[in-house]
Design a protein around this ligand. Structure first.
Ligand code: ZN
Ligand code: FE
Length: 766
């Protein structure tokens, strides 16, 4: 190339770009495209200097952005292109420079990587006889392997990970030091001569070593037994999904009666014999996060005990080499987190071995001596209208930063009580923790504290203020108040809407539809069917579901039949008297032991009970989930001929907010059910969904007109509902609205902390 034509591109790439093979990728790409120059890790970013002719440098810049390694996430990309100084000769070749040690002290910009699924290159080596890592359960490279779960601190060096106790053998050391090798600076590298060891502990004692441990576990699984298997963020309990008796024993062992289990399949092809998979779903299944993806089931040989009443199946693919080895011989497998009921997933070998000793139904433990430093459940996601919807965001995603506006305050957002997460935020980045779960036990509270402190240490982030929910009874609220930081109280549903604003960079005004179970309102009532006009850090409650007196008490939240009784009482209809209803009726008649509540989630629960679909939730949200399942069964059966007619509802608007009343709908559902035993309850479940879609569309049309707003944000746990979204979004769009939803954070309470962080970081000086 003629030196007079050359230009020099200087690129600064920020995000998750260290520990994911970014520099070798840049070097390979540069050489491919005939660039000369260097690449280097500097502080938290990657610095690239590349010289070549102008077209080539432009193409190179595009390729950096569009073809980065699977585990990387670019959050900011700066380029500066200038003519190459004619007096300076061009350098030779393209080189990876050692990290700049002088710049190594400020780690504020380093973004830790989430855990990454085994890459294809390592998978090939795993099953290649003669390879130094043939059948090695810990094979990994710079493109794959555990990260967040084994990271004690930053910088991400082996000494600061759970790999510290395992010195590199000379062979691995050589690869680790070779800038051209896929394992250059791969902190998790090991081989069959070095690294952690597998064990199996079962009825006949302990077997140490890969082959013995694996064959013992495979034999137990093939014999229909339950085995605990060490994963990335905790132990799984595994058994055959074709064996109804094994699955029943697993349910008894976990104290989980009805909630469907997820199944891990060895390959996508095998998975597809059991489930329908769209393009978007395939992308999710194969992504380095390897989440559980909720898919439409096909008729197959899986035991019904796995999925119970669901038309869906949570399915996922192996993400550790150990899982690949196990699935190859004993797959597919039910894989469920090793815990009892709502307690945190077990991570420590001593804990699972004690569990093994106490529970004869658990046959053995397949574990190893690499410690899990950060507890994480599998993430759960579905694709709706071509976009991901997170039911749980944890392993594989945490602690990837989510977007926040630049320039806000450093914040710790303490989250809600259920599906709790915390969020640390600074400099345009929000680090949402893995989902911790409901804070109803001492164990969960302990996990919560560990998560906050662990994340704060890892990110070296010192919040200047804390955000809290308005609910005075939440553990997370008390925790926020104990920190001694200036507090920003955030209304629960405002936080839901703000989580969507954060994701899409919206400043408002936006019309937020926040439908969920319940949250504390600014008036002390329970909210959960809210239309909020949100702008900047403020909001106005411009509409809501009619507040209905609900029977108070924690138990009532799970008891859909109580919600049904309250809703019908308010609608002026009565249920046939039964002994269990007497107490509720008396409370309603005298107006005692009730709280006004405008929750849409409670209406879904009540309708589920009213239609005889589900009377009581055995797990979180069961009544509403079963109602969606019933409606889906109808839709799958009726297809194009489905009765989509909405049932009646009323929107009234006097001086104050718009009030949406589903009383007429409930009266009609009640009359239809009471009148004719042959009435199709599943059809009514579907028509109830259609009713709510129309209610949202009509309320938004009125409020949008009144307030001059064309942007709608949908959030809250009620929107974890495929039918509801597939019905609502097109209605809103055809009315001219732009609809925004959560695609990065959960729409349910797992996303509340992001909304809190967004609002608290932008709140002016306290
Ligand atoms: Zn790899
Ligand atoms: Fe909520």
């Amino acid at each position: 190339m003629a030196e007079s034509q050359a230009v020099k591109g200087v690129f600064r790439i920020e995000g998750v770009v260290q520990g994911v093979g970014f520099r070798p990728f840049v070097a390979r790409l540069a050489r491919e495209m005939g660039m000369v120059g260097t690449v280097q890790n500097v502080l938290g970013h990657v610095a690239v200097e590349a010289a070549g002719n102008p077209e080539a440098v432009a193409l190179f810049a595009d390729a950096l952005l569009t073809r980065p390694p699977a585990g990387s996430h670019i959050s900011r990309f700066q380029r500066h292109i200038a003519p190459w100084p004619t007096e300076t000769p061009l350098p030779e070749g393209f080189h990876i420079l050692e990290s700049d040690p002088a710049a190594g002290e400020d780690h504020a910009l380093i973004m830790p990587s989430p855990d990454l699924a085994l890459c294809d290159d390592c998978l090939r080596e795993l099953f290649t006889p003669g390879n130094p890592r043939y059948r090695n359960p810990f094979i990994s490279c710079t493109h794959c392997g555990p990260r967040f779960s084994i990271m004690a601190s930053i910088p991400y060096d082996r000494d600061a990970t759970a790999m510290a106790p395992f010195p590199l053998c000379p062979f691995c050391e050589g690869e680790y030091r070779d800038p051209e090798n896929r394992r250059y600076h791969a902190q998790t590298v090991c081989c069959n001569q070095c690294g952690p060891t597998l064990f199996y502990e079962g009825p006949s004692g302990r077997t140490q070593g890969t082959e013995g441990a694996l064959s013992a576990a495979v034999a137990a699984l093939r014999a229909g037994q339950i085995v605990a298997v060490k994963g990335i963020g905790g132990y799984h309990l595994a058994c055959s999904p074709f064996d109804p008796e094994a699955v029943k024993r697993l349910r008894a062992l976990k104290g989980r009666e009805q909630k469907p289990f997820a199944v891990m399949f060895e390959t996508l092809a095998e998975l597809q014999t059991h489930c329908h998979v769209s393009g978007e779903e395939e992308t999710l299944l194969l992504s380095p996060a390897r989440p559980i993806v909720l898919l439409r089931r096909k008729p197959s040989a899986l035991a019904a005990e796995v999925y119970t009443t669901s038309p869906n199946l949570g399915a996922f693919l192996p993400y550790t080499p150990l899982q690949h080895l196990l699935l190859w011989e004993a797959g597919p497998l039910v894989m469920t987190s090793a815990n009892v009921s709502a307690l945190p997933i077990l991570t420590e070998d001593e804990e699972i071995l004690a569990f093994l000793a106490r529970h004869p139904a658990l046959s053995g433990v397949l574990g190893h001596d690499r410690t899990i430093l950060r507890r994480q459940d599998d993430s759960v996601v579905l694709a709706v209208l071509g976009k991901p919807l997170f039911l749980r965001r944890a392993r594989g995603y945490a602690p990837l930063p989510l977007p926040l506006p630049e320039g806000g305050q450093a914040v710790l957002a303490c989250g809600p009580q259920e599906k709790s997460t915390v969020c640390l935020a600074r400099e345009g980045c929000a680090y949402l923790s893995p989902e911790i779960g409901d804070l109803d036990t001492q164990e969960a509270e302990g996990d919560y504290r560990d998560t906050v402190q662990g994340l704060q240490r890892l990110l070296r982030l010192h919040p200047a203020r804390a955000a809290q929910d308005l609910h005075p009874g939440y553990f997370s609220t008390a925790y926020a108040q104990s920190l001694g930081l200036p507090l920003v109280p955030v209304q629960h549903h405002h936080a839901h809407i703000a989580s969507v604003m954060a994701e899409h960079g919206l400043r408002g005004p936006v019309l937020g539809v926040a439908f969920d179970g319940t949250g504390y309102g600014t008036n002390g009532a329970l909210w959960g069917g809210e239309f909020l006009l949100a702008e900047g850090t403020g909001f106005a409650r411009v509409g809501h579901l009619k507040a209905v007196p609900f029977f108070a008490g924690d138990e009532s939240v799970r008891q859909g039949w109580k919600s049904a009784a309250c809703l019908l009482w308010d609608a002026g209809a009565t249920l046939a008297a039964t002994p269990r209803l007497a107490l509720v009726d008396a409370a309603l008649a005298h107006g005692v032991h009730t709280v006004p509540c405008s929750s849409m989630g409670r209406v879904f629960d009540g309708v589920s009970a009213l239609l005889g679909v589900c009377q009581e939730s055995g797990y979180g949200g069961q009544c509403a989930i079963e109602l969606e399942n019933a409606a889906t069964r109808y839709l799958l059966r009726a297809g194009e001929n489905a009765n989509r007619l909405p049932l009646p509802f009323a929107l009234t608007e006097e001086s104050g907010p718009l009030v949406a009343d589903l009383g007429p709908c409930l009266r009609e559902l009640h009359a239809l059910c009471a009148g004719d035993a042959r009435v199709c309850r599943e059809e009514l479940a579907y028509r109830f969904h259609a009713t709510v879609c129309h209610l949202i569309a009509e309320a938004c049309a009125r409020l949008g007109q009144k307030h001059g707003v064309r942007d709608v944000a949908l959030s809250g746990g009620v929107f974890n509902n495929r039918l509801l979204l597939e019905g609502t979004v097109p209605l809103l769009e055809s009315a001219g609205f732009t609809v925004y939803r959560n695609h990065l954070a959960p729409a349910g309470d797992g996303g509340v902390a992001l909304g809190q962080a967004y609002l608290a970081s932008l709140t002016p000086a306290l």
